[in-house]
Design a protein around this ligand. Sequence first.
Ligand SMILES: [Fe+2]
Ligand SMILES: [Fe+2]
Length: 251
Amino acid sequence: MVQIVPHASTPLYPPVWDSGLSLRSNFDSRPLLAQLYVAFTEVGARPHDQSRLLLELDRLEELHAPTYRHCLRVGILAKDIALFVQQDSGTTLFVDPRATLLVDPRAALYAGLLHDVAKDQIPIELHEKRKGWTDDDQRCIRTHVLEGYERLKLRYAFTAEIVLLHHTFQKDPYPTVLPDYLHPYSETTRKLIRGCALTVALADCYDSLHRLNDCCCEGGDLTPQEIRAQMLARYPGQVEMLGKLFDYKVL
Ligand SMILES: [Fe+2]
Ligand SMILES: [Fe+2]
């Protein structure tokens, strides 16, 4: 029996302070940051890494605080998913068509935090756009993956590899052409990269389904039942693990 222990007084969901549109940070990020520091402790993140990770998100916080908070929640949630999967099934996670994947809570937390770091390059109008997405808008938004990867790869190669894959598990995956691995990783490490990327993808989609202004998932105003149904429909290969994640209230 897996037990997920609640570790902060403020629940992560629903993210009430981001339930509508807001241009600038009129909301308080502090409860979320408090949860993040608990998460850092949980995974044994070094203080030096903690401040460097948050520094990477400074520009995004300045540009669009709701997206910044989305990154914080995705990091925390990806860590929770990875912890659950580890406790539930040893070191194995989701079964890909090709292989059983691996997870690591700390890697999932770091990559979840930075998965959309390059959205600080996206014009504010696109962050705030709610409908009427054009092909140009989509193309612009999609640049955040390769741009984030390029930005991170020299300093955080492993995190960059995970960030690169976070939109490759969805029905309309991108980028369609991926750069080679940065290093000659072992097969085990490759499974870890893919497993953490899938973990971040699930956390990302779940969070986006709670947001009114998300262009990728068209979320907002959905009931918990609708969110569960959407997640299962979007990740049909992960129905068993998703069912457990919902049943044990990780999601
Ligand atoms: Fe993304
Ligand atoms: Fe995201």
